[in-house]
Ligand binder design. Structure first.
Ligand code: XUL
Ligand code: CO
Length: 425
């Protein structure tokens, strides 16, 4: 029997039961939130977050078929169902034991017929969000603005050829930052949904990139003006919906930020499914962003290696989660970022409990990845091999290359009488 206002009746608080059998799917077999590894609780290394758009707004529709999910919160007027959805989401976060969530402005509250009405809707729904946050202790990992779904954004937002559209996007981000501050969001994400092009022939690439940089500068100024504390994050993606997107991958975004002098104001939110769409391995952008001190957060999902599009599946591959967690451990954690499940249950997963099973599976996969990464780091074998591989840079000429003081003349001097065999040693 459902308690009044309960959406997930019959589903208990999910606990750690390592000895549970294979048929027991509503428990964690590996994720033990309180367990301390390398000086920190598992939950603090992993900082899991549930995403609002897939898990609570997703309908199961795809380009070939209509809605398959009949969720009980989708009832009443758009504002009524927005409130039901929020209550259902907080029941879910609490039962799952996840302390963070993420949302777009437009999936939290419906868009009105004017900006003013949209803002009013957001105010009303986020009042309720604030109340539920303080009742449960669940926090916002990040907020983002949906600058890609409405028809006005069909040619982009910050890179739109029409300045009026850029202005609308700016107004939306201004409100998004107010909301982020109100809810104490720890980060704020910019995903360049349609910031790119379908045809290079009608696109002034240099102008669009300049506009995008100006747009980000305005956001930095406003964030500082209102004293919002959230870390700005850019989420790279190479394509889809555009044929080419400017935030192609980690290195493109880092190059862009450095070119425009914005690198101190932003980090990256890496989504591995996007990384593989860019032709890289799963962990590539995690490693690259971290190497430059720019890994801020992770949209923990996966695609299928045999597909060329963004399927946003729950990550279940232990090899991948190990590689991610090894990088996270090596950089000392992800805080204030986290592991956000930008992932959706399949169109065919039509039971409410599937939402739990999917998250539990992915959380266990990350817990196993964390344990593996701890072993790899603690036994030190790989780190020792890597150190040895670069040992020639720890003294003499190598040290001078390392600190940038070496010259080509010194290289010549060192190499001229050395037989190749010795030089290669
Ligand atoms: C799209 C995507 C988005 C962003 C937020 O591919 O990943 O959901 O994470 O806008
Ligand atoms: Co994402």
């Amino acid at each position: 029997m459902a308690a009044p206002g309960e959406f997930f009746a019959g589903i208990p608080k999910i606990t750690y039961l390592p000895s549970a059998g294979p048929a027991d799917v509503l428990c964690f077999k590996h994720y033990n939130a309180e367990e301390v590894l390398m000086g920190r609780k598992m939950e603090d290394w992993l900082r899991f977050s549930v995403c609002y758009w897939h898990s609570f707004c997703g309908t199961g529709a795809d380009p070939f078929g209509d809605q398959t999910h009949q969720w009980p919160w989708n009832e009443g007027t758009p504002m009524e169902s927005a409130k039901k959805r929020l209550r259902a989401a907080f029941e879910f976060f609490t039962k799952l034991g996840v302390k963070y969530y993420t949302f777009h402005d437009r999936d939290m509250a419906p868009e009105g017929s004017t900006l003013e009405e949209s803002n009013r809707n957001l105010d009303e729904i986020t009042d309720l969000a604030l109340e539920l946050q303080s009742q449960t202790g669940v926090k916002v990992l990040w907020v983002t603005c949906n600058l890609f779904a409405h028809p006005r954004y069909m040619n982009g937002a910050a890179t739109n050829p029409d300045c009026h559209v850029l202005a609308y996007a700016g107004a939306q981000v201004k409100k998004g930052l107010d909301i982020a501050k109100k809810l104490g969001a720890e980060n704020f994400v910019f995903w360049g949904g349609r910031e790119g092009f379908l045809s290079i022939h009608n696109t002034d690439v240099a102008a669009e990139l300049n506009h995008m940089a100006s747009f980000f500068r305005m956001a930095v100024q406003y964030k500082e003006k209102i004293g919002a504390k959230c870390q700005f994050l850019i989420e790279p993606k190479p394509k889809e919906p555009c044929r080419h997107q400017y935030d192609y991958d980690a290195m493109s975004v880092i190059g862009f930020l450095k070119h425009y002098g914005l690198e101190n104001h932003f980090k990256l939110n890496i989504e591995p499914n996007h990384t593989t769409l860019a032709g890289h391995s799963y962990e590539h952008d995690i490693v690259m962003a971290s190497a430059f001190g720019m890994l801020g957060s992770v949209d923990s999902n996966t695609g299928s290696p045999d597909l060329g599009w963004d399927t946003d599946q729950f990550p279940m591959d232990i090899r991948n989660t190990t590689m991610v967690m090894k990088t996270v451990l090596e950089q000392g954690g992800l805080q204030p970022g986290g592991l956000n499940f930008d992932a959706k249950v399949r169109r065919e997963s039509t039971d409410l409990e599937d939402l739990f099973i999917a998250h539990i599976g992915a959380m266990d996969a990350f817990a196993r990845g964390l344990r593996n990464a701890v072993h790899i780091i603690e036994d030190g074998l790989i780190a020792g091999m890597v150190r040895e591989r670069y040992s020639s840079f720890s003294h003499g000429l190598g040290q001078k290359v390392e600190d940038g003081s070496a010259t080509l003349e010194e290289m010549e001097c060192r190499s001229i009488h050395v037989k190749e065999k010795t030089a290669l040693k």
